[in-house]
Structure formats: C-alpha cells, structure tokens
Design a protein around this ligand. Structure first.
Ligand SMILES: Cc1cc2nc3c(=O)[nH]c(=O)nc-3n(C[C@H](O)[C@H](O)[C@H](O)COP(=O)(O)OP(=O)(O)OC[C@H]3O[C@@H](n4cnc5c(N)ncnc54)[C@H](O)[C@@H]3O)c2cc1C
Length: 478
C-alpha cells in the first residue's frame, strides 16, 4: 500500500473526451510520441514518493516547445488533465497524476543550448540532468551551485518547478537564485517568455519568480535561462562525529555564530549512521551523529578556515573525532555515502516517508528534541538527516505494516504542527505536491491560500494543469 493520504477531489475526464484527445494528439505529434502501453502508464504513474495516483491514459514524450504547446492546447480543448514530468524523482507526488489524463514527459528535451562565459549564464531545455549541467559548466570554469542529492537522475525542469535545494544551499542558495528567465507553455497552448538574460531587471511583475516552485501547476517550462558563477578553485571537506545529535546541532550553531560560511553543513543522526554502517561503511560505533562540512574558496585560502572550523567543532569537548578529507578521492567517497543515504535508509523498512521541514537555525535543537518526543509518543521508527545549516531536516518515518498507518499519520501531523510552532515551514525543497496538501492550512491563512488559487485560475482557468496538487481539495484533514 502506498501512502496517498486520500484521493483529492479532482474531476476525472470522461472516457470519450480522452479518446478524442488521443486521436488529436496522434494526428498532431505522430503515434511514436503518444504511448498508451501498460508499462508506460504504470511507470509514469509514480515518482520517488509513496504517493499513489490514478493511472494516466497516455504518456506524451515531448521533443520540443511545440509538442508541449500542442499537448496543452489539445488537453484544454477536450477537458483532459495534464501532469508535467521531468526526472520523476519528486518526493511529494508532484509528477504523479491523480486524475488520470496525460503525463507530459519532458526528459527527451535534454539539450544544453548555450553556455556563455561572458554573460555567466546557461540556456537549457527542461530535461537536462542536473549532474550533466554541472559537468558541462565546470568544464568551462564556471559553476551551477544547486545540487539536490538526486542530481544524477533529477532534471532542471523538475528542479525549477520544485525550487530544489541541496547541500550547497547554505552558502549559495537554492534554484530560485539561479533562474534568470523561462519559456513556459500555458494551458491552451499559449507560450510566454519571462525574465531576462541579465542580473538586474525590474520590468513588470516578477513572473519568473512566481513560476519557480509552482510545482507544474501554472505552466510547463520548455526553456530555462540560468545564472552561473565562477567555479571555486579549492574545496575542503571535514567530518565530525558526536555521541549526541544535540551536540552536533550545537556545533552547527557555533559554526554559524562564528561567522563561518561553509558551502555545506549536513547532519546525520544515530539511526542514519546505523543505515550507513549496514552499507559496509565503517563509522565509530560510539557515534550517534555526524556532521559533514564543506568549505570552498580561492586557491590557498582554505587552511585558516578549516582550522577555525576545527576549533568550532571541538569547542565544548563533545566531538568524538574531527577529520579533514586528505584528497579529492576521499572527498568523493564521503559525499557518495551522503548521497546514498536515501536509498540506504529506504532498506530499513518496507515503507518510508521523508518529510522535509525547516525551522529557523536557532531552533534546530528544539526540532530534534521534538522529533524524539513524537517518536516516543507514537512508537513510530524515525531517522533524521539533512541540511542542518539551513535548518532543513529530512525527518523520515518508517514502517512495515499497514496497521501502523494511523500512528504514522499522527506522527506526520505532530511534526508539521511542531515545525510551524517553532516558526518553521512545511517544506524546504520537496514542495507540497499531493502528500502535504492537507497540511497547508497549518502554515498558511485561508486568505493566502485563496489568493494563490485565484492566481492559479488566471494561468489555468479550467484547472487542468496538474490538478490535486499544493492546495487542500478534499485531502484527508490533518
Ligand atoms: C535520493 C533523492 C534525493 C533527493 N535529494 C534532494 C535534495 O537534496 N534537494 C532537493 O531539493 N530535492 C531532493 N530530492 C527530490 C527531487 O529530486 C527534487 O524535487 C527534484 O527537483 C525533482 O526533479 P525531477 O526532474 O525528478 O522532477 P519530477 O519529479 O519529474 O517533477 C517534480 C515537479 O516538477 C513538475 N515538472 C516537471 N517537469 C516540469 C516542466 N518541464 N515544467 C513545469 N513543471 C515541471 C512536475 O509536475 C512535478 O510537480 C531528492 C529525491 C531523491 C529520490
């Protein structure tokens, strides 16, 4: 059993409307781009969350802007819902169709159209794999900082739609900071270009900013213009082990208060370290928490920074061990272990739900304490890791049997409420999708939700683009 909280109230298209749309799609795009095979419908009906949707009626493999615009025109004409999709690695069911209809797959649009050293920008199609963009721009001496841990499989279109973060967000910020402009296709087939190729620019409303993080509900990106920065010349990675996760969180506080700006500041708790050990990685058995820290900068500038980092980590005498990676290969191994966390912890139980809450950095210890309390109260197995420097932790709830579901729901609800009470937010980078829609009213007022729904109607009056996402529409109450 998956964990779609409850089927949202969405209109399911009539069968004859779908049939007519399929005829039009095949005529317009050619049959090879319209896949109705059972395998495709099953594969494209899920993502990397536990969300269960409604099997789509067709998958369209878009090969360019005109294909996307054609799908959105035909879908609107026949009243058929469309769910945009890039890499399918989303954690909240954003790319999972909940009303059937068409999955609009953009992964074949994978061209890097331009890398411009003078203007420090790249122009890409939405299906470019994030790691491929990193490699291409770094080969040219430039740097695209956003680095979701799924970077080998997720795509820039999905990153922009989710406003993806990643470990390097502490220093460099999230995807939003790098999107200069977009070409977006709207429901009905209109195409708009938003934004600019310059850093400055204040003409009209900032529609680009509105589209970033819109989770595929306002428009479908066909081209994305991204800001680049110069590639840092040197990088150093430091690992610190602690007997208590609160001591690790306290070290994070000292690092930030000391004015240090690591590019990454990642935390893993005891259960997470257990999962890493099970993968064959040797970690001091006394350790119940780990910090993985990375700093970057110009050539020859890092030694004094690493020294100050070491002082901040060892102050108070709670660190079991602090080690700096000796070379690039050791750095790469440390990060490989970090990036493997999600699949490694997935093996601990049959089901895993990864929450993605954020609190002000000063409340990190309070959040960790609250997570333990929730675990004790509900008896739910849990583990926590994430981007501690941003106050953004992935709290994972694990279970094996459907009978545990009520306790899981209680744990999630309690976590969401605690996060909001601590001055935080329900999602740092995974978005709301379908899995968190029921909880949105905990954080946002009914007025704000209504305003956003009004905006949605301006872009998509018939509500056919990625229905059932973000807004609570008959999802189970929290
Ligand atoms: C192991 C693992 C680690 C992860 N680590 C991180 C992390 O560190 N940071 C982080 O932020 N996330 C992380 N994620 C979550 C996920 O990878 C991100 O949300 C990512 O941005 C999704 O990209 P995608 O290409 O897979 O998008 P998809 O899952 O295909 O889609 C995501 C959303 O984007 C919309 N969309 C897709 N393409 C388009 C388009 N062309 N136009 C408009 N909307 C579109 C979809 O409708 C959907 O709502 C992780 C996931 C996994 C499985």
């Amino acid at each position: 059993m998956g964990v779609l909280v409850a089927a949202p109230e969405v209109r399911i298209p009539a069968r004859d409307a779908v049939e007519r749309a399929l005829v039009d799609l095949e005529r317009r795009l050619g049959p090879s781009k319209v896949d109705t095979s059972e395998t495709a419908l099953l594969n494209y009906g899920q993502d990397e969350s536990e969300a269960i949707g409604r099997k789509p009626d067709a998958v369209v493999l878009a090969d360019g802007r005109d294909d996307i615009a054609a799908v959105l025109a035909i879908a609107e004409k026949h009243g058929v819902p469309v769910t945009p999709r890039a890499g399918g690695t989303g954690r909240t069911g954003g790319a999972v169709p909940v009303a059937g209809g068409i999955v609009l797959a953009t992964h074949a649009m994978s061209k890097i159209l331009e890398i411009n050293r003078q203007d420090l920008l790249a122009v890409v199609q939405p299906g470019v794999v994030t790691a491929d963009l990193h490699a291409a721009v770094e080969a040219e001496g430039m740097f695209y900082p956003p680095d979701p841990n799924s970077l080998k499989t997720c795509m820039i279109g999905g990153n922009v739609a989710e406003n993806a973060g990643g470990p390097r967000a502490f220093k460099y910020g999230v995807t939003r900071e790098y999107v200069l402009g977009l070409e977006a296709c709207l429901m009905g087939g209109r195409v708009v270009r938003t934004g600019k190729r310059t850093i400055k620019g204040v003409t009209g409303y900032d529609v680009t900013a509105l589209l970033v993080g819109s989770e595929g509900t306002l428009g479908v990106f066909s081209e994305i213009t991204l800001k680049l920065v110069p590639r840092p010349q040197e990088v150093a990675t430091v690992l610190a082990l602690f007997e208590d996760v609160r001591d690790a969180a306290d070290a994070v506080r000292r690092i930030i208060a000391g004015g240090l700006v690591p590019r990454c500041l990642e935390l893993m708790d005891g259960m997470t370290l257990g999962a890493i050990r099970k993968q064959g990685v040797a970690v001091d058995p006394r350790a119940q928490a780990m910090l993985l820290i990375e700093v970057d900068g110009g050539a020859g500038t890092l030694d004094p920074i690493v020294e100050r980092l070491g002082e901040a980590l060892t102050e108070g005498g709670h660190a079991l061990d602090v080690v700096a990676a000796q070379d690039a290969a050791q750095r790469a191994r440390l990060w490989e272990a970090r990036r493997m966390l999600s699949p490694a912890t997935r093996k601990l139980a049959k089901y895993k739900l990864s929450e993605d809450v954020v609190v002000p950095r000063s409340r990190l210890v309070d959040l960790l304490t609250e997570v333990d309390r929730i675990g004790e109260r509900t008896g739910v197995m849990h583990l926590t890791y994430g981007h501690a420097g941003d106050g953004n932790l992935h709290v994972n709830f694990l279970w094996n049997d459907d009978s545990e579901r009520p306790a899981i729901d209680r744990a999630i609800g309690a976590l969401m409420r605690a996060t909001v009470d601590l001055g935080g937010t329900l999602s740092g980078e995974h978005g709301i999708g379908v899995l968190k829609a029921a909880y949105l009213p905990l954080e946002q007022s009914s007025e704000l939700i209504a305003l956003q729904q009004d905006l949605k109607r301006v872009f998509d009056p018939s509500g056919l683009l990625n229905p059932g996402k973000i807004f609570p529409t008959g999802h189970a109450a929290c």
